[in-house]
Write a protein of this length. Structure first.
Length: 325
C-alpha cells in the first residue's frame, strides 16, 4: 500500500530526534521558505528536525532552503502520499509531523503535540487547530465523510445558510467540541498531523494510490481500524493559508485528483468488492461531477484569457477507474 520512490537512496539523513517535520513542496518556494524558517528559528523544548521532500520544483526551492534543512529531490511530481512516505523512510524520530508548506506553526505548538503523543500511547494521530490567516477556524477536525458531506461540508452553502442542520453538525465534529481541551474525532487534515513512528510502521503510511486529496481521511480510517485513536489538540495552533500552494485555484488535474481521491476512499472503506454496485455508482457520480467542474474551469479560463477555443464536447469523461484490489 505504502510506496516510496525507487530512484532515491533511502538511507536516513538525520540523527534520531523527538519529532521530524516532513514538508512536501512543489513550485512554492516562498511559502516553504517561510514555513521552514518559522520552525528553525523557534526554540522548542523537544528536539525538532525538518525535512523537505520536493516534488521536482523548478522555482529554486532547493537553493533557497538547503542551508536551513535537508532537501530530498523526488525528481518528478510524485504526489503528496508518495513524497511523504519517502520522507518517513528517510528520517529517524520518535514521532513525525506531516506539515503543508503553506502553514506557519505557532511557538510551542509542536511541543504540545509531542507532549500529547507521549502522554497518550493509544493515540494514532494528534492534530493542531488549523486556522485561516484571519484567525477563523478551518473546521478540519471532522467525522468520516459520507455522501451527505458533499452537500453539507465545511465549504457548502447549505452549511453557511443552515449551520445547525443535523448533517453539518454531525460532519463538522470539531466545531462544537466542548471547552478548549483535546477532543477525539474521526479524521483530521493532512495539512498538519502528528503521528507516532510506531503507527507509521504499523499502517505503512499514506496509501500511494492517492495522488493528492483524501489520503488523510483514508489513513485516519486505517489507523482507527488498527485500534488507535485520532485527536485534535486545539491549544496547538497552525495558521494555514489553504490553497496557497495551488494559487487558490483548482486546475483540471487537481479536480481529477480530488474526485479520484474521493472515489478511492469510498472504494477502500465502503465498496471493497469489485462487484459492489456502490463502487460503480460512486465512480459514475464522481466522474460526472469532475467532468462538469473541469468544463466550468476551462470556460472560466477562456473568458479570462480571450476568445474561447474549447467547448464542453472537447472535455473527456473522467470517471475514476475501478481496478479490483
Amino acid at each position: 500500500m505504502a510506496s516510496t520512490s525507487p530512484e532515491i537512496d533511502m538511507s536516513p539523513i538525520n540523527e534520531p530526534c523527538d519529532v521530524v517535520v516532513i514538508i512536501v513542496s512543489y513550485e512554492c518556494r516562498d511559502l516553504v521558505v517561510a514555513c521552514v524558517e518559522r520552525i528553525t528559528t523557534t526554540r522548542w523544548r523537544h528536539q525538532v528536525d525538518v525535512l523537505v521532500v520536493d516534488n521536482g520544483s523548478t522555482d529554486g526551492t532547493q537553493a533557497a532552503i538547503s542551508d536551513r534543512c535537508p532537501v530530498v529531490q523526488m525528481g518528478r511530481n510524485a504526489g503528496f502520499a508518495v513524497a511523504n512516505n519517502t520522507g518517513f523512510a528517510m528520517s529517524r524520530s520518535r514521532h513525525v509531523l506531516v506539515l503543508n508548506p503553506d502553514t506557519l506553526v505557532d511557538a510551542g505548538s509542536i511541543d504540545l503535540l509531542v507532549d500529547f503523543l507521549d502522554a497518550h500511547p493509544e493515540a494514532g494521530v494528534v492534530a493542531p487547530r488549523l486556522v485561516n490567516p484571519d484567525g477563523s477556524d478551518q473546521l478540519t477536525a471532522r467525522a468520516f465523510p459520507t455522501p451527505w458531506a458533499a452537500l453539507f461540508g465545511r465549504r457548502s452553502p447549505l452549511t453557511r445558510w443552515f449551520p445547525n442542520n443535523r448533517f453539518s453538525v454531525a460532519f463538522l465534529a470539531g466545531r462544537d467540541a466542548p471547552g478548549d481541551g483535546p477532543f477525539q474525532v474521526d479524521w483530521v487534515s493532512g495539512a498538519a498531523m502528528a503521528v507516532p513512528r510506531s503507527v507509521i510502521d504499523l499502517t505503512g503510511g499514506f496509501d500511494s494510490e492517492f495522488f493528492m486529496f483524501w489520503e488523510d481521511a483514508d489513513w485516519c480510517h486505517r489507523i482507527i481500524d488498527s485500534g488507535r485513536t485520532i485527536w485534535c489538540q486545539p491549544a496547538a495552533l497552525v495558521v494555514h493559508d489553504e490553497g496557497g500552494t495551488r494559487s487558490k485555484r483548482y486546475s483540471p488535474r487537481l479536480i481529477r485528483s480530488f474526485h479520484m481521491g474521493a472515489y478511492l476512499y469510498w472504494r477502500n472503506h465502503h465498496a471493497s468488492q469489485p462487484w459492489n454496485p456502490g463502487r460503480w455508482l460512486a465512480a459514475t457520480a464522481l466522474g460526472t461531477r469532475a467532468a462538469f467542474l473541469i468544463v466550468i474551469e476551462r470556460v472560466r479560463e477562456a473568458r479570462l484569457s480571450g476568445p474561447p477555443s474549447i467547448s464542453p464536447a472537447s472535455v473527456s469523461y473522467v470517471a475514476p477507474q475501478t481496478p479490483a484490489r
